[in-house]
Each structure stands twice: as C-alpha cells, then as structure tokens.
Design a binder for this molecule. Structure first.
Ligand SMILES: Cc1cc2nc3c(=O)[nH]c(=O)nc-3n(C[C@H](O)[C@H](O)[C@H](O)COP(=O)(O)OP(=O)(O)OC[C@H]3O[C@@H](n4cnc5c(N)ncnc54)[C@H](O)[C@@H]3O)c2cc1C
Ligand SMILES: NC(=O)c1ccc[n+]([C@@H]2O[C@H](COP(=O)([O-])OP(=O)(O)OC[C@H]3O[C@@H](n4cnc5c(N)ncnc54)[C@H](O)[C@@H]3O)[C@@H](O)[C@H]2O)c1
Length: 450
C-alpha cells in the first residue's frame, strides 16, 4: 500500500550521467529534488559503459603498441595479463560497483536519494517500488537510460551469454568469444579481448561493421580485425544458439561458430511501459520519448539521455541535461541542436564522426560533394605506419559531416566538429595552416579533393 506522499519541486527518475547532472544542479540551485535510482547513482557509463570499457581499450592498445616494437624499434616480448585490467576496473573505475561516493555527493548538494524502481503514476507523481509516493510540484525529469536489447534468437534465452555488463565485470579474458553485433559495443570489446589473446568472431547482420557510419570505416575496421586474426562475418543472420558444457555454438545461415563466451551487443532499448509514461499521456510502445528543443516531453515532464533516442552517448545526455536544467529554472539557453553531435568508437584505428554521413546527406536531398583520403598517404600516417582515413561530406559551402579513422581519431575529430557546428566555410578551412606532420593535416589534403 502506498504511504503518504512526499513533496518535492522536481523528481528525477534515473540517475545516469544525465539525471545525476540535472538533479545535482537543481539541488544546488536550492530546489527540493528527489533522485530515484534503481541500481547505481551514475548509471551505465561509469559502472558498465564508457569508463571501464575505455580502461580496457587503453590496456589493449598498450599491448598492440608493444607488439609494434619489433618492426621499428628493437625487441619486445608482450605477455598479456587481464588481472591488472580487472583490478583497475574494480578498484579505480567502479569502487567494486559501489556508488557511495556519488550518492554522498548528491546528498551534499541537498538532494534526496530515493533508492528503488520508480514509475510515473499520475501527472506530477512518481511511485517507488509501489510504496513510496513522491509528488513533484514543478515537474518530473525522465532520465532512465537504456538496457541491452537482446534479440529473440532460438536457444539464446537461458544461456549464460554476456551483455556489456558481464563483459565489463569479467575477471578473466575468455579463450574464445563470439560477438553478435558489430556496432560500437561489439567492435570495441571484440578488439580488446582479441588483443588479450581470445579467438574472436564478430557476427553482424548488416552489410558492414558500424552500420550507421560511413561504409569505408566499417570496411577498414573489418580488414584490420582480420589482420589481427579475428573472424568477421557481415550480412550474417544468427539462426540459433546452443550452450553445452563450457561452450557456446552459434549457428548462422552458412556455418557455426564455437566459443567459450558469447557477447550479445545488438543495441539498446528503453522500456517506456515500465516507467509508466502513459500516465502523462505519452506513447508507452514507442522506442523513445519524443522531446522538443527544450527537452519537454509533456506538461511538467522533461526527458533526456538515451531514453530520448537522440544518440546514446554520455555527452548527449549531459548536453540535454544543461538544456533541461535551464528550462526548469526558467533561464534562457540555446535550443537543442543535434547537427554537430560527435561520435567516437574507441577501436584502433579510432573512428570519429560528426554530422551526416554521405548517405544521410543524400537522403535529405543535399547536393553532396565528398572526398576521402587514406591516412597512410599523409606524412605522419606513413611515419607511424598508421592506417586510417578522412572522409568529408559537404554541401556547396559547408561541411555537413566528417569521419576520421586513425590514431587519436576522436581527438582529430574536434577540429571537424567545430567546423560543422560553427558552419565554418570550406574556403576558410582550406586556407588555414595545418601543422606538419600531424594526423589532422590529412584534413587539408581531403579538403583539396572536394
Ligand atoms: C559498453 C558501453 C560503452 C560505452 N561507451 C561510451 C563512450 O565511450 N562514450 C559515450 O559517450 N557513451 C558511451 N556509452 C553510452 C553511455 O553509457 C550512455 O549513453 C549513457 O550512460 C546514457 O546516460 P543516461 O543518463 O541516459 O542513462 P543511463 O546511464 O542508462 O542511466 C539511467 C539510470 O536510470 C536508472 N533507472 C532506469 N529505470 C529506472 C526506474 N524505473 N527507476 C529508477 N531508476 C531507473 C538505471 O538504473 C540507470 O542507473 C557506452 C555504453 C556502453 C554500454
Ligand atoms: N564509444 C562510444 O561512444 C560508445 C561505445 C559503446 C556504446 N555506445 C553507445 O551505446 C549504443 C549501443 O551500442 P551497441 O553496440 O549495443 O548497439 P549498436 O546499435 O551501436 O550496434 C548494434 C549492432 O548489432 C547489429 N545487430 C542487431 N541485431 C543483430 C543480430 N540479431 N545479429 C547480428 N547483428 C545484429 C546491428 O546491425 C548493429 O550493428 C551505441 O549505439 C552507442 O550510442 C557508445
């Protein structure tokens, strides 16, 4: 039975990166804020996402660099050991999956942390675990994020497959791994475990890896994965999964793959029915909560982060949190603009992209000009023996999209993100001076080909 209602100005449902930011800042602004969290304050990113996965990537990249020594700098013996990676994730990244520091930080800002699973039960009302009723005078912020989406593959249910959560918590690198899904989670973790010695197979249903990105990068990453000894199958439908003894067998239309572990990395989903958005007039069967440019979803309801479907990235959740915060506080802020949202896949080569791909630009009817250059034809790419590419997508005056793959591709992307965001004319980009011999100098070469 529900008890007497507790009154707040704002109830924030879900304290991932977006919710934690907005809840903390509202509390600091002096509002009475309840933050409702079913798992850990901080959400997916610090405990099972960005931070621990990038610690894994860093470790795997160190191994790869060590293995490159023999052809250029002498001798090196590289002996991978997962123990320091697991330890670092446990001790430095996640505090053994304990959110006390984050919970205390919210409390110190004046917020009220309500642990449990919340559900919107009426306009301005959230009920936690069916018992505790929270009333929100000013409104509710929905920031419930996303969970792994597991496809209905015959035999898969009930097997001990991994999602990103079990992969991040792994205390040992598997000897062999099949990855279903060649999106960001799949490719980042596939390369990590390969570099720690696992036999890895990646099965992707689309025509190339990283399907939303330019096909050139999907093909480049697939070739490098093959060079590193991975098996990559694109255009591949998984038909059945079996688990016997200590091994999985993953059947596809044209063969089968055996491995000690199976990672399912086939995307994310948000369960809108579970959070009761129907109670405020929203469609519970939708994939995402539709928001306007101020993050408003309904009267007295704001939504932000993965649940809005505007890009499942921490930087999107944080960006939207700033906008929602300003709107709730009645402050003026620029409206949300997603033209120049950057995306970085932390493989080696690192893939950074911003704005529209060539295909997206053409689908919008833009008269597109494109140019691609290989990083190995640039001085630094050649010096480093680095593989990669730059692809630019432009209309008649401005870049509308860009992709960089190569060492520190996500850092090189910064320049291109600014160009797309600030609509820097292509003439201006082509006339500036690019330091020699940097990786980003490949952008100048590519501009010349537009
Ligand atoms: C392996 C992996 C690597 C990633 N790497 C990166 C990266 O490098 N860079 C990047 O930008 N992004 C990365 N992401 C994506 C990033 O983690 C998410 O985009 C980000 O965490 C979304 O933040 P959010 O606030 O929307 O929600 P989430 O982080 O999903 O948090 C939502 C919170 O709401 C809680 N919640 C849900 N329902 C309820 C309820 N009913 N009641 C109470 N609480 C509830 C959940 O327990 C959770 O804590 C990665 C994701 C994965 C899986
Ligand atoms: N570096 C980063 O910023 C980073 C890292 C990891 C995750 N993320 C975010 O998290 C989101 C989720 O990542 P994800 O990799 O789980 O999802 P995703 O949507 O990026 O990729 C899922 C992939 O699985 C494929 N797929 C779906 N069903 C399949 C099936 N039955 N068989 C084979 N392939 C199948 C899809 O075609 C797609 O390529 C990403 O889109 C991204 O927004 C970001």
């Amino acid at each position: 039975m529900a008890g007497e209602a507790e009154e707040f100005d704002v109830v924030v449902l879900g304290l991932g990166p977006g919710g934690e930011e907005v809840a903390g800042r509202l509390a600091e602004a002096g509002l009475a804020v309840a933050g409702v969290e079913a798992r850990l304050v901080g959400g997916e990113c610090p405990y099972w996402g960005c931070v621990p996965s990038k610690m894994m990537v860093r470790a795997a990249d160190l191994l790869a660099e060590g293995r490159r020594i023999p052809s250029m700098a002498g001798e090196a013996t590289v002996v991978p050991d997962w123990a320091p990676v697991a330890r670092r994730i446990r001790e430095e990244a996640t505090d053994n999956w304990d959110d006390k520091v984050a919970a205390d930080r919210f409390h110190d800002k004046g917020g009220t942390l309500v642990r449990g699973r919340g559900r919107i039960t009426a306009p301005g009302e959230v009920t936690v675990d069916g018992r505790r009723v929270l009333r929100a005078r000013r409104g509710i912020v929905v920031s419930t994020g996303s969970q792994p989406a597991v496809p209905a593959i015959a035999g898969l249910g009930g097997t001990p497959y991994w999602t990103n959560r079990e992969a991040i918590e792994a205390e040992r690198a598997p000897e062999s791994l099949v990855v279903i899904g060649g999106g960001t989670v799949g490719v980042e973790l596939a390369q990590v475990f390969r570099r720690f010695g696992a036999e890895v197979t990646v099965l992707e249903v689309a025509g190339h890896l990283l399907p939303p990105e330019e096909p050139e990068v999907g093909e480049l990453v697939a070739r490098i994965f093959s060079d590193e000894g991975m098996t990559v199958r694109t255009d591949t439908q998984v038909t059945r999964v079996d688990h016997h003894g200590a091994a999985f067998t993953v059947m596809t239309e044209d063969g089968s793959h055996r491995a000690e572990r199976l990672l399912v990395a086939t995307g994310r989903r948000s369960d809108l029915a579970a959070i009761g958005v129907g109670a405020v007039g929203l469609d519970e069967s939708a994939h995402a909560i539709e928001v306007d440019e101020r993050m408003r979803a309904a009267e007295g309801v704001w939504a932000l982060g993965d649940v809005t479907g505007k890009g499942a990235f921490t930087h999107v959740a944080m960006y939207q949190a700033r906008i929602a915060l300003a709107d709730i506080l009645g402050e003026r802020a620029p409206a949300a603009d997603y033209r120049a949202v950057p995306r970085v896949t932390f493989t080696d080569p690192e893939v950074g992209a911003v704005g529209l791909t060539e295909r997206q630009a053409r689908e919008r009817g833009i008269a597109v000009r494109t140019a691609v250059t290989s990083l190995s034809s640039s001085a630094r790419g050649w010096i480093h023996r680095a593989e990669g590419l730059v692809k630019l997508v432009a209309d008649d005056r401005f870049l509308v999209g860009a992709t960089v793959a190569g060492p520190a591709g996500g850092e090189v992307l910064g320049l291109l993100t600014l160009a797309v965001h600030a609509r820097v004319p292509i003439d201006g980009l082509a006339s500036m001076v690019y330091a020699y011999p940097t990786f980003h100098r490949a952008i100048e070469d590519t501009l010349r080909l537009l």
